[in-house]
Design a protein around this ligand. Sequence first.
Ligand code: HEM
Length: 178
Amino acid sequence: MALHWLLALMILGALGVGLYMTGLPFSPARLKLYNWHKWAGVTILALSALRLLWRLTHRPPAAPPMPAWQQRAAHGAHVALYVFFFAVPLAGWAYSSAAGFPVVLFGVLPLPDFVGPDRALSETLKPVHQWLAYGLAAVIALHVAAALKHHFVDRDGLLLRMMPARRRAESPVQPIRS
Ligand code: HEM
């Protein structure tokens, strides 16, 4: 739950800063935002690895009753989210390397370059990173819409059980292990 909400905040931040910074004129402020964006992105990548490891070693609570197609759609969306959690930052990192800007995490830890400076490759990777980020935003929108539908239409407690303090008190959906 902690990783879910931390990553949600960081990913929305990276999306917002990413969209904002590319429209800025060249300036120290733009450079600073590019660095913050890269550091947030690399942290998201590391936390996503931790999250995937956690997800693979801990069974989540059972889903509330719902039609089979909705279960399949939810599973598909979750798989897509995990794919994007890795693909978006990796594409950004590779783009930065190809463009000749190595990533120095938090300004102190130089990270390895995926690829050497390569202008043609960087021109390919830039829209790849951009469109993967838009794809991630689209799946997040679907995920949020589904969560709100469960909360307001189905009223099955699915969203409440993602709220740490209220999980056990209010959710009619019982976790497998409680
Ligand atoms: C989940 C993590 C990330 C998200 C959601 C994200 C999202 C975005 C978005 C929305 C843009 C603007 C695209 C546009 O409309 O032009 C962008 C641009 C950019 N991102 Fe990321 N990004 C992430 C991780 C990273 C990482 C890890 C790096 C590098 C280490 C990176 C490097 C860049 C760079 C250099 C640009 C500017 C591209 C340009 O100059 O047009 N991003 N990102």
